[in-house]
Design a protein around this ligand. Structure first.
Ligand code: ADP
Ligand code: MG
Length: 267
């Protein structure tokens, strides 16, 4: 069973990050339980990637962060790599590697264990999940931007960890693949995992997240259900742009529509 913690798969307690005298995060508390997808939203520069890096254990901070009850930094990196997988916002282009090889790199934490026998099956399954099964032998740098993002997501899935930390996984993707990535995230949570996903598309957050946490200037300004957090007043104030929020006609989840001034076409 994965993510069987009662305390929460990810528990962030009072963390702060200061770089060059500038506070990038302050007083951040956040709990993500097994079975949950948490969307982390907020304007450019709010501190979303910084928070994800801190949760991943890749950034010095004050306060404490635990994944499945184990403090990050309190165990060998290999053990951490078996608990959480990270999709960074800017993934390096892997020159000289084929798509299948890049995805297989995600299996590295399991090398030499009994789970390594699953490598071929896992690589095939995750490539299928991102609809790149037919690209397994293509040179990674020759993929389109969106394909490259999906292959990187597949590498993260191949790591087979209970916790997924995804920084803007949908930024380069078309409509179909945005929905597909979040459907995979939901399935991961349904299977007992936990997902923290940074999203700019607030309607996607509204549709797929169990909870939304909104960051602004390094602080959590709201944390709750999509309906509670994604209000027109709050979004308008935090993003400094007026919006209308309407219920999705099929699901009732909040759809966020930015206010626009459309020029009349001249006749
Ligand atoms: P976002 O919410 O857009 O992901 P980030 O977490 O990447 O924001 O960055 C938050 C703020 O911290 C930004 O203003 C960014 O310029 C700044 N920042 C991030 N990393 C560093 C760093 N290593 N040194 C200085 N400033 C940084
Ligand atoms: Mg970012």
């Amino acid at each position: 069973m994965i993510g069987a913690s009662t305390a929460g798969a990810v528990v962030v307690s009072g963390i702060g990050v200061v770089i060059d005298g500038r506070p990038l995060l302050a007083d951040v508390d956040l709990t993500v339980r097994a079975g949950e997808v948490l969307a982390l939203v907020g304007p450019n520069g709010a501190g979303k990637s910084t928070l994800l890096r801190a949760i991943a254990g890749d950034l010095a901070h004050s306060g404490t962060i635990a994944i499945d009850g184990v403090r990050t930094g309190g165990e060998a990196p290999l053990a951490t790599a078996r608990r959480r997988a990270v999709l960074e916002q800017d993934t390096a282009v892997a020159f000289g590697f084929r798509v299948g090889e890049v995805v297989r790199m995600g299996r590295a934490p399991w090398r030499g264990t009994r789970r390594a026998v699953d490598d071929d099956t896992v690589v095939a399954r995750v490539l299928d999940q991102v609809e790149l099964a037919d690209r397994i032998d293509q040179a990674f740098p020759s993929l389109s931007g969106g394909e490259s993002a999906r292959a990187s997501f597949a590498r993260v899935l191949a790591q087979s960890t209970p916790v997924l930390l995804l920084d803007e996984p949908t930024a380069a993707l078309d409509l179909r693949h945005q929905e597909a990535v979040l459907a995979v995230a939901r399935a991961h949570a349904r299977a007992g995992g936990a997902v923290v996903v940074v999203l700019h598309d607030l309607s996607l957050a509204g549709a797929y997240a169990d909870r939304v946490a909104m960051l602004a200037s390094g602080r959590i300004v709201a944390d709750g259900t999509p309906t509670d957090v994604l209000t027109a007043d709050r979004i308008g104030a935090v993003y400094r742009h007026p919006v209308t929020v309407v219920p999705d006609p099929n699901t009732g989840t909040p759809v966020v529509v930015p206010s626009r001034t459309v020029q009349e076409a001249s006749s």
